[in-house]
Design a protein. Structure first.
Length: 157
């Protein structure tokens, strides 16, 4: 029974990460760490790497630390499942944001499902603001309903 509860932690943490990511994106990336995130919003930025990629290194490192704590300290075994949820979310974030939306790796170019169209539209709206103020659509997987409606209509025409 305990193991079943541990495995339930993985999807719970995955879902909670969307809220944490929204908060982090809005108040940290578009706040005091804008210096790292700014080149991601700069349409003139060239090159494959961005300062924004520092976030990947920081969060990946934190996930490794949580895995290590869960592995080395038996009384904190639950952290293995927390780290798994975080890592799965990070993988989804990379695939959706960097691969699908920004095409840093040329995969998923022909995805036409209304969810993917809504994701792209929400992200375009987010990037229309070059500065750190006046942003919107800070989440990654959760898309406001109005973009679903727009994507659904566009797909039916």
């Amino acid at each position: 029974m305990k193991m079943l509860l541990y495995f339930a932690i993985i999807p719970l943490v995955f879902c909670l990460m969307e809220g944490f990511t929204w908060w982090l994106h809005k108040y940290v990336m578009h706040g005091w760490l804008w210096v790292w995130h700014a080149d991601h919003h700069d349409p003139t930025h060239r090159g494959w790497f961005e300062k924004n990629d520092y976030f990947f290194v920081v969060f990946g490192s934190l996930s490794v630390i949580v895995f290590l704590l869960g592995t080395l300290l038996p009384q904190w075994r639950i952290l293995l499942f927390v780290a798994t949820g975080i890592t799965l979310y990070g993988t989804a974030y990379f695939l959706v944001h960097d691969v699908f939306i920004h095409q840093r790796i040329r995969w998923f170019r022909r995805a036409r499902h209304f969810y993917f169209r809504a994701l792209r539209k929400a992200h375009k709206v987010h990037h229309k603001h070059i500065g750190k103020e006046h942003g919107e659509c800070f989440g990654m997987l959760w898309v406001p309903l109005k973009y679903f409606r727009e994507a659904k209509r566009a797909g039916n025409s």
